[in-house]
Design a protein around this ligand. Structure first.
Ligand SMILES: CC(=O)N[C@H]1[C@@H](OP(=O)(O)OP(=O)(O)OC[C@H]2O[C@@H](n3ccc(=O)[nH]c3=O)[C@H](O)[C@@H]2O)O[C@H](CO)[C@@H](O)[C@@H]1O[C@H](C)C(=O)N[C@@H](C)C(=O)N[C@H](CCC(=O)O)C(=O)O
Ligand SMILES: Nc1ncnc2c1ncn2[C@@H]1O[C@H](COP(=O)(O)OP(=O)(O)OP(=O)(O)O)[C@@H](O)[C@H]1O
Ligand SMILES: N[C@H](CCC[C@H](N)C(=O)O)C(=O)O
Ligand SMILES: [Mg+2]
Length: 486
């Protein structure tokens, strides 16, 4: 693409040099990945300032630099007030507004995004549509898996892959939209058709500082719904009517709304809910009549996830009978309330609960059917919201008979200091602290008797432990199996 034609799309830029004869084949924000004929965008990050790589970028093949300040370089420098915003805008144009050429479903909320996106994706696949999925675990394009760094990728990765999806004739892309992504504008320009809200509870206060800021970030998915210049499909907001922030989020959007819930009247409402030891059942009231749902997924939180996915699929035009079939057959996501297969007389469950609310949901679900004692192994991530640490410890001691507090991705923090934060002020004493996660899992399994349940929480599908800068192999399931078989 001609550099001048591309850059002229920006509302506010300065460039002293001539861009007429320059061809842009790639846009890049990481100088290590540069190819020839590239536009390099300097982003001021949380760790480093990308402007410091501009010179190296030119050496690596950049023919135009987009920056927030003047730089003395041998190639033209385009100056804009905000390079991150400009990048999202330009990537959308460079990749030809790809999001407007396929259906995009975005799911936000503190808990349940991965779970709900997977069910929505399954429903569309069952309806014979070609699908893509972007989220915490991976990006999947028509069955092909790609690794991801973030739950919601940066604008460049996102636009590039939406383009790939259009090339591969994907009908519907379902993506998790994190609050960080919304705050940082990673989805600017993405023409989302159906926006889903799961719930809001405490997490990420290291980043957002207050719950108001966190709520505001989440609300951007709804206030930006339908804001893109080019869009052809109708828009829908899908809101959890039982969440305390439902009304705020409904007011954030001007698009049609479908609600779901259990306690309050909603477009998709679960009545006669039965929470059983082997799943849930309920009557799902819908705008097109009632259907009986009998699912293997566990707990009240799964009822909400099933309703959210059903409402989104309905808004997407899928037949109710088909939605029902998938809800009744879905087996959930790896690392989410996942039973470990073994021959002992107690249960072991791996789960990704890493917030006070999700931990409470999972533990209270176990409490409903556990006939023995509940053991929980849990830690809190380093370089993440510190204020959730004592809350997670308190919930653990409140619902479990025995808690073992251990490490979960300590990152740059001292593992002991994280555990100290967890137990500071804790009134209960039904806990131990075991720094080494493998040893913690071993002890929990050793302590379990017949009919007990061991919950290993916080890491779910993760196959690593981040300690300092090192990413070490660690898989809760494999470790549990090792001690269950010994
Ligand atoms: C705080 C945050 O969101 N950070 C994201 C950000 O990293 P950063 O700001 O530290 O970037 P940086 O390293 O300072 O680099 C700045 C610029 O210099 C460039 N650079 C850097 C080094 C170099 O040698 N050359 C170079 O060109 C980089 O490509 C970048 O353009 O940009 C990176 C690239 O897009 C992201 O991967 C990174 O996510 C980090 C890994 C992260 O942990 N993010 C978390 C907080 C996050 O976003 N989480 C949410 C999930 C939350 C949930 O599940 O609810 C998510 O969506 O993943
Ligand atoms: N609707 C829900 N409400 C509360 N807790 C839930 C809900 N759905 C799932 N959970 C719990 O939260 C954990 C994480 O679920 P999931 O991975 O679907 O959430 P997420 O929003 O994608 O999380 P992340 O922000 O880390 O990507 C699950 O393992 C389960 O314990
Ligand atoms: N998306 C969440 C995942 C947390 C998973 C937990 N294992 C941890 O590392 O804290 C985060 O990045 O905060
Ligand atoms: Mg997720």
């Amino acid at each position: 693409m001609n550099a001048k034609d591309l850059i002229e799309n920006l509302p506010d830029y300065q460039c002293e040099q001539n861009l007429d004869m320059i061809n842009i084949e790639h846009i890049e924000m990481d100088h290590r990945l540069l190819k020839t004929d590239s536009l390099f965008v300097c982003i001021k990050g949380h760790t480093v300032d990308g402007h410091q790589f501009a010179e190296a970028a030119v050496e690596n093949g950049a023919t135009v630099i987009l920056a927030e300040k003047e730089l003395d370089l041998s190639v033209p420098v385009v100056i804009v007030p905000d390079t991150a915003r400009a990048l999202a805008h330009l990537a959308n144009i460079f990749y030809d507004h790809s999001s407007s050429k396929l259906k995009v479903i975005g799911v936000t909320g503190t808990n349940g995004k991965t779970s709900v996106t997977h069910i929505i994706d399954e429903i569309h696949q069952y309806a014979m549509q070609k699908t893509a999925l972007i989220g915490t675990i991976q990006m999947v394009i028509d069955g092909e898996s790609h690794p991801v760094k973030n739950t919601t990728p940066d604008a460049l990765f996102l636009q590039k892959n939406l383009h790939e999806m259009v090339e591969k004739k994907i009908d519907v892309a379902t993506m998790e939209v994190s609050s960080h992504a919304l705050d940082l504008g990673r989805v600017h320009g993405v023409d989302i058709d159906i926006a889903v809200f799961t719930n809001l509870s405490q997490d990420h206060l290291d980043y957002h500082q207050t719950m108001q800021n966190y709520l505001y970030a989440k609300s951007l998915l709804f206030s930006q719904l339908g804001n893109t210049l080019k869009h052809e499909r109708p828009k829908y907001a899908i809101i959890n009517q039982d969440d305390e922030y439902a009304e705020f989020l409904k007011r954030a959007t001007a698009q049609p709304i479908l609600t779901y819930g259990v306690q309050n009247k909603a477009s998709f409402q679960a009545i006669n809910v039965k929470l059983m030891a082997n799943g849930v059942s309920f009557i799902m009231k819908t705008p097109k009549g009632n259907v009986l749902i009998e699912s293997k997924l566990m707990g009240m939180f799964s009822v909400y996830n099933l309703l959210a996915a059903a409402a989104a699929a309905y808004a997407s035009g899928i037949e109710l009978e088909l939605i029902k079939n998938v809800l009744n057959n879905t087996s959930g996501v790896k690392g989410r309330f996942q039973p470990v297969e073994h021959k002992k007389a107690f249960g072991v469950i791996i789960d990704y609960a890493h917030t006070p609310d999700s931990l409470e949901n999972v533990l209270s679900t176990i409490k409903r059917f556990c006939e023995g004692n509940i053991h929980v192994v849990v830690g809190c991530g380093g370089d993440r919201d510190r204020s959730k640490r004592p809350l997670m410890a308190e919930v653990s001691c409140q619902y479990a008979d025995q808690a073992i507090f251990t490490s979960d991705n300590p990152r740059s923090e001292s593992p002991q200091a994280i555990i100290d934060d967890m137990v500071k002020g804790l009134k209960n004493n039904n806990y131990q602290t075991v720094l080494d996660r493998e040893e913690a899992i071993r002890q929990a399994i050793e302590q379990a008797n017949a009919k007990d349940v061991v919950l290993i929480a916080g890491k779910g599908h993760e196959t690593y432990q981040i300690v300092g800068d090192k990413v070490l192999d660690f898989d809760d399931e494999k470790v549990a199996i090792k001690y269950l078989n010994s």
